[in-house]
Design a protein around this ligand. Sequence first.
Ligand code: ZN
Length: 431
Amino acid sequence: MSAQQHAEALLDYIDASPSPWHAAQTTANALNNNGFEELLEGDNWTLKPQRRYYVKRDDSSIIAFTVGSNELAQEGFRLIGAHTDSPGLRVKPKPDTQQGAFSRVGVEVYGGPILATFTDRDLSLAGRVHFQQNGKLRSALVHFEKPFLRLPNLAIHMNAKVNTDGLKLNKQTELPLLIAVANEQLKNQPKIIDLLATELGIKPDDISAWELHACDTQAGAIYGLNNEFYANSQLDNLASCHAGLSALVSDASLNANQFNVCAFFDHEEIGSNSHKGADGSFLADVLERIAGSLSISTENYKRALSNSFMISADMAHAYQPNFPNAYEPDHKVLVNHGPVIKVNANIRYASNSASQARFIQLCEQAGVPYQQYSHRTDIGCGSTIGPMTSAQLGINTVDVGSPMWAMHSIRESAGVIDHEYITRVFTQFFS
Ligand SMILES: [Zn+2]
């Protein structure tokens, strides 16, 4: 597969994953196609060597792993971590509001999106719905492909300083999404609950609750004079999930005798502190149960953790030449120049010299260039899942990611060859 075909496969993966619940399902579909068996957390696990499994928690976090025949205590687990969620707008429980002649949908801000980028986009909704059917509670994913929502910008004639001061939006009053002209003759104008009921073929009264994400309907695209860039929503962090997943299902990984693990968590964008977030018990529970099911003693399980290594994969801030002062001048990382190792002395990233050295060795073995990133010292640095999982499990970890532009915009972009590069390093790790 060429680098461009691999990037196109990533764009298809993202287009099929308009919400974290869809991202976990798209991942599960790919795992099913590659001989992985689904486990349920509530079942008794009887794992067998040389088999592959995955388990979801609450529909939007997913851990997939191969069971090797090597001795786990000595080999440890090889883990790649990433996250399934992206910042954006979430529909409120009672979303239907009317302002003058217009019907609007009330939304809440999830994480830290660049709100201005959500204006003038062809938006729709995706997520999951819980409902009752014949007395039983059920859930289903929904994805409306029709763009029926919009946040029209204010014309520059009423906002003359928008190009000097930027667009400032009041989150309560100026974010509701426009959905329809309110027609007073139509007393029973359809509400969000009616749209969901029609989509699912159930009665509105059967619907109990939902989690819905405002998604962009524009498909991903390859761009650039030489097709060297790609753009889509949610590159942070579905690009890392796709790279990890591609490595896990590669022949090199499936034929290896080791314990390869991909752990993709929801809730990273809001701090990871939830029952399915990276700061919760999910990963520890799964690793412990793998060991337990293979009758590995506590002593040998602790040895395995000590011999494990984790690559925490999340996107990195690529240098944008129009904003030179935003970057640490000696640590500019460039699109299409290879994976980025993220370093922060205050452990906002988990990397240390030992884990960096191991990742550099992997890059060299895979024939892939690498870059090192340090944030400007005079502005606050972001964080990711690496510091939490490594603290909880005691597993040495490196924080890495592909360089990208416009992190947390609804339309992010990155480099085609970088996706190929990082997938090659991950495949080296899993082989
Ligand atoms: Zn991220």
